[in-house]
Write a protein that binds this ligand. Structure first.
Ligand SMILES: [Mn+2]
Length: 359
């Protein structure tokens, strides 16, 4: 048994007595999950007497939707049986008992967990600082390409060598998040490159081979329904009387239409189950070259039209998509766009939307 496996299975056994929980963001992307496991391992070495438990913030059954994570976990030899998912642990009981929470890859608790804000004792993240939990330590928020890079830095600071399995996990994550350290993608920073260089020495695959495998899996949407695609990488936001969700999807509108002739119905149903006023899909796809589409759905015409008008004024470079699918305009409103400015990701759009909806 490797030391990573020994660590994970030991904390899994003691999961309902954890003293610290490491939690990634609600989308539970590879960065969130890989960083949680690596940081949990590091903290466990540093804080004797604590049971440091990384919890994946999704049900176990949803892991398989994150095809790129499935692939990187497999390469790293991390067994799913050893990992604790949200439905494997009595999370509410732990929180009520006062277990500390360390947030990775986000710096504000998801809406559904906001009631546990007093449990938050640490943050390590690379999203823009929302200004919460001012008096905690660590509170590390740096706008690098990947939280995984910041975790690499924590190992360095602690003078602890990164075990091979974690190195593979973090390396794959940084490559995914920085588009293989590509300067032109605008994500990579010096910290990402330095840490990636270090990790690459511990990874049996070359950087380019590893990236190609991950990238192929990331865009593998075979067999996924519209609901699966929407929930695969999803974040939700709430204002006083208004809820919106943003799905990050990995296929073009054209490809999606070929898989589902009634996209409108899929959006309507998903928005209804999540009780949303607005549902956006930010579609990113790699072929023939990296491009983006955007889908805007709302339950009311007023909100839909105003939002589309606003989005067109932002630097997204939106061009209406020639859509032929079914529309049932009495039940909701949907628009399809090609997004000419492919540099605007959800991470960049969300603060702009928050400012708009907050007006
Ligand atoms: Mn991230």
């Amino acid at each position: 048994m490797t030391s990573i496996q020994a660590y994970l299975s030991r904390v899994k056994e003691n999961r309902n007595n954890a003293t610290l929980v490491i939690l990634g963001n609600e989308a539970a992307d590879l960065d969130s999950m890989a960083s949680s496991i690596a940081y949990g391992y590091l903290l466990n070495l540093q804080s004797v007497g604590d049971t440091v438990l990384p919890v994946m913030p999704i049900p176990r059954a949803d892991f398989k939707l994150r095809t790129e994570a499935v692939c990187v976990f497999r390469e790293a030899g991390i067994l799913l049986d050893d990992i604790v998912f949200f439905d494997d642990v009595e999370f509410d009981k732990l929180m009520v008992a006062g277990t500390g929470l360390i947030l990775l890859d986000h710096n504000r608790l998801a809406l559904s967990l906001e009631r546990y804000k007093s449990n938050v004792v640490g943050v390590i993240d690379h999203h823009s600082d929302e200004g919460f939990y001012r008096d905690i330590a660590p509170r590390i928020i740096q706008l690098v390409g990947s939280t995984a890079s910041l975790i690499g830095v924590e190992f360095q600071k602690a003078g602890i060598k990164i075990p091979k399995q974690l190195a593979i996990l973090l390396f794959g994550t940084i490559l995914l998040d920085t588009v293989n350290l590509d300067q032109s993608a605008g994500r990579v920073t010096e910290i990402d490159s330095t840490i990636a260089e270090l990790l690459s020495l511990l990874c049996p695959l070359s950087r380019h081979d590893f990236f190609d495998i991950i990238q192929r899996e990331k865009f593998n949407v075979a067999g996924l329904s519209t609901a699966d695609l929407l929930r695969k990488d999803y974040k939700e936001f709430e204002l006083e009387t208004f809820r919106y969700g943003i799905s990050s999807t990995r296929l073009s509108i054209k490809q999606w239409e070929e898989m589902d002739r009634d996209l409108f119905a899929g959006f309507l149903r998903y928005a209804a189950t999540r009780n949303l006023d607005v549902l956006l899909s930010m579609n990113a796809f790699a072929y023939p070259e990296f491009s983006r589409d955007l889908i805007v759905y709302s339950t009311t015409k007023e909100v839909h039209d105003a939002l589309c008008g606003h989005l067109q004024k932002l630097s997204l470079d939106l061009v209406s998509y020639d859509f032929t699918g079914q529309l049932q305009e009495d039940k909701g409103f949907i628009s399809f766009y090609h997004q000419g400015n492919s540099g605007v990701s959800r991470k960049k759009l969300q603060p702009l939307l928050a400012a708009y909806f907050n007006k």
